[in-house]
Design a protein around this ligand. Structure first.
Ligand SMILES: *[C@@H]1O[C@H](CO)[C@@H](O)[C@H](O)[C@H]1NC(C)=O
Ligand SMILES: *[C@@H]1O[C@H](CO)[C@@H](O)[C@H](O)[C@H]1NC(C)=O
Ligand SMILES: *[C@@H]1O[C@H](CO)[C@@H](O)[C@H](O)[C@H]1NC(C)=O
Length: 323
């Protein structure tokens, strides 16, 4: 078929219909929960957001700073982390925003972070496991783990376990795990952790880890019953920069023209994370999975399997005890 693209793009009908559709999507989204309408204050509370030097994590940290929290940015890079800290201090007017270096791909870095944190901080009320990466070339870390599994699952798993006692003492406290709708394509195969038997594109590791994130959340919630510490996971919403790279250039071009209407900015992508972390509506809710519009939804059948959740939790416990 011989499409005349320039004619299609310049057609006023195309432009008008795009704008209308875009507005409908916007209005729909606006009808959902909005952090700006949420009066919850976090004065006197300490929060950690991992991977908060940019994107969703940065907006989540900014929201917490605006609510008056003591915000700990846990980032890999001193330079980018410091820049984010300065931005957040300036935008929120809250000087109580601090940087601590953390690379969730390295268990040694996770242990060091937790040790320093527990020595120097007195409390922890909210932990947002946001750090994660997709599209990393496969590689085995010094701990013998495939790098995406280390970064997205094993590192955050260990971090959370090391901080758990403190959180219990500070209850009510909340743990929020940023997962993804990609978990629907994830599978459980423990050889994957060491980089074995991985098939499919580089995003297959990402998809698997996002499934573990939800399983982990489920099992941890079970173990934390009656402690006042809740844990939930969520899909942050499709953020422009993440999805784009999978597509043909022509589709990317169309996205970049219409993208401002159809895709969430990182700021909007942060909303469901903030919802799980602070909203009164999620008070006491635990072990659940929320979608990008803050609705409680069912994750994939695999992610709902309690036996699998327990098995993968125990696997990660043994793994992190050994390494
Ligand atoms: C949830 O936290 C666990 C522990 O942090 C971590 O392993 C996992 O990566 C986090 N899950 C999500 C959902 O990110
Ligand atoms: C996994 O990989 C190992 C070698 O790394 C191989 O021996 C084994 O058969 C594979 N298992 C499956 C289920 O693919
Ligand atoms: C990972 O998940 C995405 C989104 O569901 C899907 O498009 C992609 O094909 C999956 N990749 C693999 C290798 O399963």
């Amino acid at each position: 078929m011989d499409w005349n693209w320039s004619e299609i793009f310049s057609s006023p009908l195309w432009a008008v219909s795009t704008v209308i559709l875009g507005l409908v999507v916007r209005v729909q989204r606006r009808a959902r929960w909005d952090p700006r309408d949420c009066p919850v204050q976090l004065k006197g509370k300490t929060v950690i957001v991992t991977g908060s030097n940019t994107g969703i994590g940065k907006f989540v940290a900014l929201d917490f700073a605006r609510r008056g929290a003591r915000v700990i940015l846990a980032c890999r890079s001193m330079e980018r982390g410091t820049a984010a800290m300065q931005d957040i201090r300036r935008l929120s007017g809250n000087k109580n925003v601090h940087l601590r270096l953390l690379d969730t791909a390295s268990l040694q870095s996770v242990r060091q972070f937790a040790e320093d944190f527990l020595r120097e901080e007195k409390q922890l009320h909210i932990l947002v496991n946001n750090a994660g990466a997709s599209g990393m070339p496969r590689r085995i870390t010094t701990d013998g783990l495939e790098v995406t599994f280390a970064t997205n699952h094993v590192g955050p798993f260990l971090l959370t376990n090391l901080l758990l006692d403190l959180m219990k003492r500070c209850a009510p406290a909340r743990i929020v795990n940023v997962s993804s709708v990609n978990h629907w394509k994830g599978q459980v195969h423990f050889a994957h952790f060491h980089g074995n038997n991985l098939t499919g594109g580089m995003d297959s590791s990402y998809n698997h880890t996002k499934l573990y994130n939800i399983l982990w959340t489920k099992e941890l919630a079970r173990r934390l019953q009656d402690t006042g510490v809740t844990v939930n996971s969520l899909h942050p919403g499709v953020v422009k920069t993440e999805v784009m790279r999978y597509y043909h250039w022509l589709i990317r071009l169309i996205f970049s023209i219409t993208g401002i209407f159809f895709f969430k900015s990182a700021e909007e992508g942060a909303v469901s994370t903030i919802y799980c972390a602070v909203a009164e509506e999620t008070d006491g809710i635990t072990g659940k999975y929320f979608d990008s519009d803050c609705s409680l939804v069912l994750p994939s059948p695999l992610a709902r399997d309690p036996a699998l959740a327990e098995k993968s939790f125990e696997f990660c416990e043994r793994l992190t005890a050994k390494l």
